[in-house]
Ligand binder design. Structure first.
Ligand SMILES: [Mn+2]
Length: 432
C-alpha cells in the first residue's frame, strides 16, 4: 500500500477529565491537589506534545470526560486546549464512550470548527488533511448515545471514501477483556478484516498493540486514576510513511504515577533499619519515573524477626506515618513521593531445615514438596489432579487464563510456605 503523502497523528483515549480521587483524605494537600489536577495536567501535556511534534491531527477514542453529566470545569478545559490545537492548525477527531456518552447533560460550549465529534446514530466518515493541506486519510467513528452499548458497532463500520488511508475510531472491548465492561464487543478478527488501516481504540486503560498491518491499538488512558492503574500512561504518536509504513511511538503524559514495590524483611534487625530501607527503596522506585511525582504502595515480604512486630497493625501504621513524614520534607519539589500504603505480607521466621527433619505433618508436607520440586513430571501430575476441580469450574476456570493446565513451580513454593507457616503457628513447632 502506498499513501499520497506521509503524515503524523496523535492517538489518545480515555482522558477521563475531572476524575475524582477518593479515599485520600489523609494525604497532604499538595498530593491531593496534584491528583485532582492530574487529568487536566495530562490533557495540557497532550496539547503541548501535539504542537511540539507538529502532528497533522489528533484522534481521541472516547471517555473524554469521566462523567456523562460532565463538569463545566472539564468542558471548559477541553474547549481551551482544543482551541490551542486549532490555532496551530491541528484538527481533532473524537468520539464519546460509555463514561461520557451523549445522553448526558452538558453545557453547549462552542468548540473550534476544526474539532469533529462523531455522532451516535451511525458510523460516519470525515476527511483529515495534513497541516499543509493535502488529503492524508479518512477518519470514521461513532459515539455512544447511552452508557451501555452492548451491540457490536464495529460490525457496521465500512471504509467508504476513496482515501489513501482509513482510520477507524472505536470505543470498545475487543476480544472480551474480563476486567472491563463488555461494551461494543467485537473480535480482533472482525477488525483486521474490516478494510481499515488503523483502528484507534479506546476503553481498555492499559495500552496494547493488538495487531500490526492493519494496526489495532489501545493507547491506554492518559493518567492512572487509581492504585491498580500503575506505570506510565500516555498516547501514541503515529507516523505513516509514503510507502504506508506505520510507526508508533509511546509518549507518557501522566502528571502523577501510581507504582508499587516490595521489600523483604529478611535480615533486617529493627524498625529503624526497616524505615531506612523503606526510604531507600521508595527513592529508588521514584527515580525510575523520570522525575514525576509518584504514589507508591510498598509490600513488606519475607520472613524475619520483625514479622511479629509488623503483624501488629499499630506498628505498621506508625511506620507508614514516619515514612510519609520523611518524604513530606521534600514536598516543595515538583517530584514528590507519597507512600500511600504499606502492605504486610511477611511471615514468621521458621527453621526450615529442622522442620524438614521433623516427624510431623508439617515435616511430611515439606518432604513431599521437596520431592515435587525435584521431579517435574511428579509435580505436573500432582498439581493437575489437585487443581482439576478449579480448572473444570465454569467461572473459576477462566481465572489465570487457563494456567491451571500449566502449573507453575512458584505456586508450589508459595503454597508450601503458606501451609507450613499456618500449621506451625497453630502447633508451635519449628519456631526459632
Ligand atoms: Mn475509560
Amino acid at each position: 500500500m502506498s499513501v499520497t503523502v506521509p503524515f503524523r497523528f496523535l492517538h489518545a483515549a480515555d482522558l477521563h477529565l475531572d476524575s475524582p480521587f477518593r479515599g485520600l483524605s489523609k494525604a497532604p494537600a499538595a498530593v491531593r491537589s496534584a491528583l485532582e489536577q492530574s487529568t487536566f495536567s495530562a490533557l495540557k501535556a497532550l496539547t503541548e506534545l501535539a504542537i511540539r511534534e507538529e502532528v497533522d491531527f489528533v484522534v481521541v477514542a472516547g471517555d473524554l470526560y469521566d462523567e456523562a453529566d460532565s463538569s463545566l470545569r472539564a468542558q471548559l478545559a477541553l474547549a481551551r486546549e482544543w482551541s490551542k490545537l486549532h490555532e496551530h492548525g491541528i484538527a481533532v477527531f473524537a468520539i464519546h464512550g460509555n463514561h461520557d456518552h451523549m445522553g448526558g447533560q452538558r453545557a453547549k460550549l462552542k468548540l473550534p470548527e476544526s474539532v469533529h465529534i462523531f455522532g451516535p446514530e451511525a458510523m460516519s466518515g470525515q476527511p483529515a488533511y495534513r497541516r499543509s493541506g493535502e488529503l492524508a486519510a479518512y477518519i470514521y467513528g461513532q459515539s455512544y448515545g447511552r452508557r451501555a452499548v452492548t451491540d457490536n458497532i464495529a460490525a457496521s463500520y465500512r471504509p467508504s471514501a476513496e482515501a489513501p488511508f482509513h482510520i477507524a475510531l472505536l470505543h470498545a472491548n475487543v476480544g472480551g477483556d474480563p476486567s472491563h465492561d463488555a461494551y461494543a464487543p467485537c473480535t480482533l478478527r472482525e477488525l483486521t478484516a474490516g478494510g481499515f488501516h488503523y483502528w484507534a481504540l479506546g476503553h481498555i486503560h492499559t495500552r496494547a498493540i493488538l495487531h500490526q498491518y492493519p494496526h489495532v491499538v489501545y493507547p491506554g488512558n492518559v493518567q492512572g486514576r487509581h492504585p491498580r492503574e500503575t506505570g506510565s500512561r500516555g498516547c501514541y504518536i503515529v507516523d505513516v510513511s509514503r510507502s504506508g509504513d506505520v510507526q508508533l511511538d509511546f509518549r507518557p503524559l501522566d502528571a502523577v504515577r501510581w507504582i508499587e514495590g516490595a521489600i523483604s524483611i529478611n535480615g533486617i534487625p529493627d524498625e529503624g533499619e526497616l524505615l531506612d530501607k523503606l526510604l531507600e527503596v521508595s527513592y529508588e522506585l521514584a527515580s525510575r519515573e523520570d522525575g514525576r511525582p509518584v504514589m507508591i504502595r510498598l509490600k513488606l515480604t519475607g520472613e524475619g524477626m520483625l514479622h511479629s512486630k509488623l503483624a501488629d497493625g499499630a506498628i505498621l501504621a506508625d511506620m507508614l506515618e514516619s515514612l510519609q513524614a520523611e518524604h513530606a520534607t521534600e514536598e516543595e519539589t515538583s517530584a514528590w513521593i507519597f507512600v500511600y500504603e504499606l502492605e504486610q505480607h511477611t511471615r514468621e521466621q521458621l527453621d526450615w531445615r529442622a522442620l524438614e527433619e521433623e516427624e510431623s505433618f508439617a515435616g511430611e508436607m515439606l518432604r513431599l514438596a521437596g520431592r515435587l520440586q525435584r521431579d517435574e513430571a511428579a509435580w505436573q501430575s500432582f498439581a493437575r489432579e489437585a487443581l482439576s476441580s478449579i480448572a473444570a469450574h465454569p467461572k473459576l476456570g477462566h481465572l489465570q487464563r487457563g494456567k491451571w493446565n500449566d502449573p507453575s513451580k512458584e505456586w508450589l513454593e508459595q503454597a508450601i510456605r503458606l501451609a507450613v507457616g499456618h500449621i506451625v503457628r497453630h502447633s508451635g513447632a519449628g519456631r526459632e
